[in-house]
Ligand binder design. Structure first.
Ligand code: BTN
Length: 333
């Protein structure tokens, strides 16, 4: 069963903006009612809704209302606060307290006509999915579980570029905001210190020969404590908290991520894919490495000689023969 705590909510919450503008200070009910052209009873009701969402607000019959705490939650109001994008996150944001998989929800809204840039975010996923039908660990309030709807003007053969772009956006966000030395492991894992901190799951829908929509599903481990990983991923997974020793604001990381992704998405349209591919190659740090790859068609080993813009790894085997591989599990030898 899923429960949505906040529906699509474009535009700003003016009352919240007013309270945030005077955070820690009292704002009278009369002032709020005047500014918002609402009755004091209606203001009181809206304050109740904000409290339900986790905002710490004091109320006093004489002094009015005072915003104490802003919750570390992926609410539309927090994602949009200071978000410098034009499209992504500026339209629909569907926030779930708990859902099975944000990718599943995003596919539903995309099939129902959601426009480019619509977001689905969850505080918790009960059946978070990874590549190769694996499970994605999605505990409540600790990670970013996000799916973005895109409607790119790209041929289906170039849709894999969006995954590479998403991996660059995640790695650069971790470098810029948390000072982590993030790297990319082909095809779309983001690692810190050799452990996985984020993963991307893309799903594509086509109509005739064109892309109808692409869902970019992204899981980022933010505030998972180092000693609480499930057994199957212990030693292989990490989080921003585990790496820095500090809890991080999830809305802040998410905003940075959306901005970085949108800049790259624009760049892809205006300047082509090569500049992003160059950043991807730098972050991947895999050229020249000897690897073995478990792919759908079999297992291969050799030297990584290149990655092409369609997301294929070019692997040179011991006989000097090159093979293009689209996806698989890589082990660095
Ligand atoms: C992987 O590395 O295997 C990809 C993991 C992708 C996980 C994210 S979390 C948000 C979105 N919803 C899902 O069910 N999966 C993706």
């Amino acid at each position: 069963m899923t429960r949505m705590t906040e529906g699509t909510n474009p535009g700003r919450d003016i009352m919240l903006d007013l309270l945030k503008g005077q955070r820690g200070e009292w704002v009278s009910g009369q002032i709020l009612a005047g500014r918002l052209d609402m009755t004091r009873a209606a203001i009181w009701k809206r304050i109740g809704l904000l409290k339900e969402q986790g905002y710490g607000i004091d109320a006093s019959p004489r002094k009015g209302y005072r915003l104490r705490d802003i919750p570390d939650r992926l609410l539309a109001s927090e994602i949009r606060d200071g978000l410098k994008t034009c499209v992504i996150g500026q339209r629909d944001i569907h926030h779930f307290e708990r859902t099975d998989s944000t990718n599943k929800r995003a596919k539903e809204i995309a099939a129902a006509g959601a426009g480019e840039g619509a977001l689905v975010v969850a505080e918790e996923q009960t059946r978070g999915r990874g590549r190769l039908d694996r499970h994605w660990f999605s505990p409540a309030g600790q990670g970013i579980y996000l799916s973005v709807v895109l409607r790119p003007a790209l041929p289906p053969s170039e849709a894999a570029r969006l995954v590479l772009l998403a991996a660059v956006a995640v790695a650069e966000t971790l470098i810029d905001t948390a000072g982590l030395k993030a790297t990319i492991k082909w095809p779309n894992d983001v690692l810190v210190g050799g452990k996985k901190i984020a993963g991307i799951l893309t799903e594509l829908a086509m109509e005739m020969d064109a892309v109808d929509y692409v869902i970019i599903g992204l899981g980022l481990n933010v505030n998972m404590p180092a000693d609480q990983w499930p057994e199957d991923i212990r030693g292989r997974a990490t989080s921003v908290l585990a790496e820095t020793g500090q809890p991080f604001s999830r809305p802040l990381l998410l905003r940075h991520l959306l901005e970085s992704f949108e800049n790259g998405y624009e760049e892809l349209t205006n300047a082509g894919f090569e500049p992003i591919m160059a950043r991807w190659r730098d972050l991947a740090d895999m050229l020249g490495r000897k690897v073995s790859v478990q792919a759908r068609g079999g297992s291969y080993s050799g030297e990584v000689v290149d990655f092409d813009p369609d997301g294929f790894m070019i692997l040179r085997d011991n006989n000097g023969r090159d093979r293009r591989i689209l996806s698989g599990d890589v082990t660095i030898l």
